[in-house]
Design a protein around this ligand. Structure first.
Ligand SMILES: [Zn+2]
Length: 427
């Protein structure tokens, strides 16, 4: 069948009267850009662009279980299977999707959504759900975020600049894509092709996490004399020491390969997250005037310094791990957390400071609440199933605070009839 291309197909409602040929209801929306949109007439094909005001969207991070439950509640396939998901998930989806269509919120996705979806048999459906609410706007990979902020702190350290606890990265380098833009109506989705290798890797990682948390938790539980501050300092201290240790091992292995030792896998030369991190910090220090021959020594000095321990993601994750250790050591909690706690803490510690609100599982939310005052500067709202009503109220407030001008602008660009939840997404 021949594909017939009609340029008029790209002109969409809402229509108005054409200012050029004066035809009634023919002047539709052709394209929506970051801060402007274009209308074109279906009759005379003349077009005109209009400016749109700058907007600042509320950034809300949703844990994977939220994505998964919202997908199930609006997906008839799950109803057919007899799985009835509680109606508040539908309510949550409707509130979020409407706010997103009003251009008031953005729910960026992250590598965690991908990792936790790709191993599921519902990968495509999950991906559709998180991309509907993120418009493809995504947090940088966490190893990249950690590298950016570590290099920034290293540069400040070598310049003897005072590092405040709230020195964070610019949002533009944390979130990939222009999140404060008027969204076009289309979502461009990229699929990574064959995922089998990635799936194997994630499944092996998940198994290791299950074993690790069991061992850790049991070790904590058998300890007496738990002291929160001591444990927190220990966690902070370990991170820099581990980086130096892993990097030294990497150097030794590279050295053996160069000397012809065939028992070492040559793929090691490709590097790992730690070697990339160390190399980046080293280059940052050289660019600040540190002599090349001293740069590795200086890099190690930084990782073992108190300045490194001020990194927000490191402080947040160390505090959360310490709060978890306290539950084992002091409360003698019997239930061992799931292996996914590693991913959860990594995700939260990297994105928390950049969000206006996060909705996470009850365990992580309560760990985070316990240590929130220690993090200090942060005013990110933390929500979980325990505070569902507050979350709904928070979302309702965002809508109520929308100005009449903004609302009318949205109707003019997208059409009032389009501002409704996409509950038929999986039909
Ligand atoms: Zn016209």
């Amino acid at each position: 069948m021949e594909f017939m291309f009609n340029p008029k197909d790209f002109i969409n409602s809402p229509y108005g009267d054409c200012p050029f040929c004066k035809d009634k209801n023919s002047f539709g929306v052709l394209m929506i850009h970051t801060n402007s949109y274009t209308r074109r007439c279906k009759t005379c094909m003349k077009s005109q662009s209009y400016r749109l005001p700058n907007i600042r969207k509320t950034i809300i991070y949703l844990d994977q279980f939220v994505i998964s439950n919202m997908m199930k509640v609006i997906n008839p396939k799950w109803k057919d299977k007899g799985i009835v998901t509680q109606s508040f998930w539908r309510e949550m989806f409707e509130k979020l999707d409407i706010l997103s269509k009003y251009q008031l919120i953005i729910c960026p996705d992250s590598i965690t959504h991908f990792d936790e979806s790709v191993v599921s048999s519902n990968y495509k459906q999950l991906k559709r759900m998180y991309e509907l609410l993120s418009y493809g706007i995504t947090f940088e990979e966490f190893s990249t975020l950690e590298r950016f902020i570590t290099c920034e702190y290293a540069r400040k350290w070598v310049r003897n600049e005072v590092i405040e606890n709230d020195s964070l990265l610019d949002l533009k380098s944390v979130i990939r894509g222009d999140f404060n833009k008027w969204q076009d109506r289309f979502i461009i989705s990229v699929d990574l092709g064959n995922n089998d290798l990635i799936i194997d890797e994630i499944e092996t990682h998940n198994e290791r996490c299950r074993d690790d948390i069991t061992n850790l938790f049991e070790a904590w539980r058998s300890s007496d004399n738990f002291n929160f501050n001591e444990h927190y300092l220990y966690e902070l201290d370990q991170s820099g020491k581990m980086i130096v240790k892993i990097y030294m091992e990497y150097l030794q292995q590279c050295d053996r390969i160069f000397k012809g030792d065939t028992s070492v896998n040559p793929e090691i030369l490709m590097g790992n997250n730690i070697s990339i991190l160390v190399h980046s910090v080293k280059s940052s220090l050289v660019s600040e005037g540190i002599q090349s021959e001293n740069s590795l020594e200086k890099t190690f000095e930084f990782f073992l310094s108190d300045h490194y321990k001020k990194l927000p993601p490191l402080r947040i994750s160390s505090l959360m791990w310490t709060a978890l250790a306290r539950r084992a050591a002091v409360v003698k909690q019997k239930r061992i957390p799931k292996g996914s706690i590693f991913n959860d803490i990594k995700t939260i510690s990297n994105i928390f400071s950049y969000c206006d609100a996060i909705f996470i599982d009850k365990e992580c939310a309560s760990l985070l609440e316990e240590v929130k005052s220690e993090i200090g500067y942060n005013d990110t709202r933390i929500f979980s199933m325990n505070t569902l009503d507050e979350f709904f109220l928070y979302l309702d407030n965002i809508k109520e605070n929308m100005s009449k001008e903004h609302e009318n602008q949205v109707y003019e660009v997208y059409g009032k009839d389009r501002i409704k939840p996409y509950t038929e997404m999986y039909l």
